[in-house]
Design a binder for this molecule. Structure first.
Ligand code: HEC
Length: 132
C-alpha cells in the first residue's frame, strides 16, 4: 500500500526523495508561506516544500510545514480527500486524491508506526545534554 501510493515521494530508505514538492495543502492565509519560492524567487517553486522523512513520524507531530495536522490520521485524510488542486500541484497528486479505504488508511498508519526507532530515540548520545 505504501509502496504504490507514497514511496514515489517518501522514498526508502530515508522515506524522502529530498525534492521540493507541492502535496496540495491549501494556502494558509495567515502565513501565506510560499515555500521553496521564498528562497529561489521562482514561480515554479511556489508552495513547494521539502518531502520530509517519515522515520519516527509517529513521534514528530504536529505535521506539515505549518503544523496544521495533529495526527497521522489527519495526514491520511488529507491525501484521500482534501488535496487542493492549486498552482504547482505535484503531477502525482493531480487526480485530486489517493483513493484508500478506511481500512487501507489504518494499514498505512500501522506501517508508519513501524518506522519508530525506540533505540535511536532513547540513545543518550543524541539526547539534550541539559535534559534532566
Ligand atoms: C507528490 C509527493 C508526495 C506523495 C505522493 C505523498 N507525499 Fe507525504 N508529503 C509530501 C510533501 C512535499 C510533504 C511536506 C509538506 C509540507 O511540509 O507542507 C509531505 C508530508 C507528509 C507527512 C507529514 C510529515 C511531517 O513530518 O510533517 C506525512 C505523515 C506524509 N506526508 C505521509 C504520506 C503518505 C502516508 C503518503 C501516501 C498515502 C504520502 N505522504 C504521499 C509529498 C508527498
Amino acid at each position: 500500500m505504501f509502496l504504490s501510493n507514497c514511496n514515489a515521494c517518501h522514498k526508502e530508505p530515508l522515506f524522502s526523495d529530498f525534492q521540493y514538492r507541492n502535496n496540495g495543502l491549501s494556502v494558509n492565509p495567515f502565513l501565506n508561506d510560499s515555500g521553496r519560492a521564498h528562497i529561489t524567487s521562482l514561480s515554479q517553486d511556489r508552495y513547494k516544500f521539502k518531502t520530509p522523512s517519515l522515520r519516527n513520524v509517529a513521534k514528530t507531530g504536529p505535521y506539515m510545514h505549518d503544523g496544521r495536522y495533529e495526527t497521522l490520521e489527519d495526514c491520511l485524510n488529507h491525501y484521500t480527500g482534501n488535496i487542493t488542486n492549486m498552482m504547482n500541484i505535484d503531477p502525482l497528486l493531480q487526480s485530486g486524491s489517493i483513493p484508500l479505504t478506511a481500512q487501507e488508511k489504518q494499514d498505512v498508519i500501522a506501517f508508519l508506526n513501524t518506522l519508530t526507532d525506540y533505540k535511536f530515540l532513547n540513545d543518550k548520545r543524541f539526547a539534550d545534554p541539559n535534559f534532566k
